[in-house]
Design a protein around this ligand. Structure first.
Ligand SMILES: [Zn+2]
Length: 235
């Protein structure tokens, strides 16, 4: 066999490429493993290593009573409250992810209507923050929850459908009628030429009076959204 110039070189390149290809095809280990190793997860209730909330501490954390058209995962007290406020003020998005992925919908018949609604493949829309509040806090908690929820249930996400046109300020300490007055006409649909989804899953972090979510619902309905279901992490 005559070795043409460059033949061995080409063979070497082929072999190298094959090796590289094999190496590339090996799936990289999930990044969380390294993070878990470097920063082991501890239960925020009892400090036991393993998860953010261990099995023992998670007893009674979920919300018992579901309201029609509103799905709420956790009771806004104890550890769930602690996780949500830490997420809000220390930027611990991983806590929000934990609160969504660790909830078992299947074990509870109260969620059957919600499951049915999900079959309509709704678009997940977060309750918007006014740009002043966004500047103050740096991120919109509802947006993160909506994105995680959309990825858990393989749904479309749209964070640009609703827009908050009015800065309602801090609602804490206001009476119900004062809150409602402040919220009037505070939301807008960003662009009416957009394709308006038939079904929307409206997402917020915590349900207090429901006034904000109701205002969003009103705006969405006026824009032509037929079916709306509300979702909050805690109530
Ligand atoms: Zn624990």
């Amino acid at each position: 066999m005559t070795v043409v110039p460059g033949y061995i070189g080409n063979k070497l390149v082929d072999a190298f490429e094959e090796l590289l290809w094999t190496w590339v095809q090996i799936p990289p280990p999930p990044p969380m493993n390294l993070l878990d190793f470097l920063f082991p997860k501890k239960c925020i209730g009892c400090e036991r290593l393993g998860e953010y909330v261990c099995e023992t501490c998670s007893v009674g954390m979920w919300e018992e009573e579901q309201l029609p058209g509103l799905t709420c995962l956790w009771a806004y007290e104890g550890l769930a409250r602690k996780l949500i406020s830490k997420a809000k003020y220390d930027g611990r998005y991983d806590y929000l992810k934990f609160l969504i992925y660790n909830f078992q919908f299947t074990n509870n018949s109260q969620f059957s209507n919600f499951q049915k609604f999900l079959k309509q493949k709704p678009t997940v829309v977060p309750v918007p923050l006014h740009k002043n509040r966004l500047r103050e806090r740096g991120f919109n908690q509802a947006e993160i929850i909506a994105k995680v929820l959309a990825s858990r249930h393989t749904l479309a996400y749209n964070g640009h459908l609703l827009y908050r046109v009015k800065d309602t300020g801090h609602q804490v300490g206001r009476t119900r009628s004062e809150r409602l007055k402040a919220l009037e006409n505070s939301m807008k649909i960003v662009n009416c030429k957009l394709k308006i989804p038939q079904a929307v899953l409206l997402v917020d972090d915590v349900w207090t009076t429901g006034a904000t979510m109701n205002e969003c619902t009103k705006t969405l309905r006026a824009a032509g959204v037929k079916n709306i279901w509300k979702f909050v992490l805690a109530r």
